[in-house]
Design a protein around this ligand. Sequence first.
Ligand code: NAD
Length: 496
Amino acid sequence: MTSIINHWINGELQPSASERYGDVFNPATGEVSASVSMGNSDDLEKAVESASKAFETWSQTSVTKRAQIFFKYKELLESNREELIDLITAEHGKVAADAAGSLQRGIEVVDFVCGIPHLLKGEFSEQVGTGIDCYSTRQPIGVCSGVTPFNFPAMVPMWMFPIAIACGNTFILKPSEKDPSCAMKLAELLQEAGLPKGVLNVLNGDKEIVDAILDHPSIKTFSFVGSTPVAQYVHEKASANGKRVQALGGAKNHAIVLEDASLDQTANAIIGAAYGSAGERCMAISVVVAVESVADELCGLLTKKAESLRIGPGNEPENEMGPLITDDHKNKVIDYIQQGEDAGATILLDGRDHEVTSKPGFFLGPTLFDHVNPEMSIYKEEIFGPVLVVLRVKDFNAAIKLANEHQFGNGVAIFTNQGSKAREFVHSVEVGMVGINVAIPVPLSFYTFGGWKDSIFGSSNIYGMDGIRFFTRTKTVTARWVDDDGSINLSMPTVK
Ligand code: NAD
């Protein structure tokens, strides 16, 4: 008998109104570890009622008190770090060191909102007209919502709810149905830190509950991170329903390697970024664009290093790469490898042949393709697995053209020791997050995260100051404290 993961509504675990359940797997064994409730609109109604009621008092709670709760939350996240890492590894499959890193990147957003009194400070201009002052404030919006992907069960939810809540809103989180337990624990800990009941609710489920959230008139904002087709869909629907939307989608991140790059270091960085988390990262490097003069040597290094990766269950410390999330996803990745082979790309390393594939669990070895061209599906589409493709180009300009013409524009990296080339690259590349000799340029929490082109929909990035702006409304006040002279003036007020 497997355990059932229900919902977290009004500060307690609540059974679902729906009788639909989904399987949660341990990807390292292939076994079902729990059943997750697939919530419906009745569950949502309860969560909205609780969040709306909580908003009345939470939005009036002083900003210093809100900050204190997040200081306490940070302490609790740190003291419960091991349990959270175990939950991530058990349901996602990431190796523990990687799970720890992803949790840390989430905690950094909590660090950021510990400074919420400063972040919410408005502006003040004295004497904008004679006897007139002008100032602005940032106020919370109401009940906010977020829908998150499977690949970062702690970090991505923490890109959203700490900022929304610190700004004075209440929040309904719908984590991925593939690995929901971590989000449940995050909610429980925030309550332990002093958050009043109903301020954060977690609803489990799939498209049915997401559609209910999108249509609910009392939910004012919708934050989404996931694949591009779903990001596009939710952005359109939430916008049509009058919600503020931030929707981050998929990626195909290029690493451009110039002739003067330090090849061994570059290969190490690329291997980590391509195969870390089994390639299931939106900032994974999935394409190498190598100038022809270094391509042979680089491919040799990449093959040798990828071959030696240790693959196995994430809870065994010697392993560097874990399994894929589900068997279905593994088969999708295998299908892409076949498409690459059929299209004539050269397979330098074939993950389908790796010995780990004969073990239980959703394991696949690393795959490396050379001589890939821009028309191949393995270049054009996001595979989201341990598959790296190499394209060879004649020079820097051809490399930048490739990155700029790609549908996605999430992350990109250049490996070079030439400052002027790196600078030109930063200036001209049409991608939101750029690394210079850094393979995974995920911005720190006090910057802001977001791609360009089909990697994002809506005008707001996630976390950092964009997050603060997204989760607040600006009110600008013009105030005059002088006696009225009794005259009437119908013309537009101007500064005198
Ligand atoms: P997904 O789009 O399948 O699911 C994301 C969320 O949307 C889940 O909570 C899921 O339940 C829900 N969902 C799925 N299909 C839906 C539908 N038809 N209607 C409404 N809701 C739906 O993504 P995933 O497989 O969980 O995650 C991997 C994807 O997320 C990759 O494409 C990856 O690039 C992307 N991602 C992007 C970022 C980023 O910051 N840009 C970060 C992490 C992951």
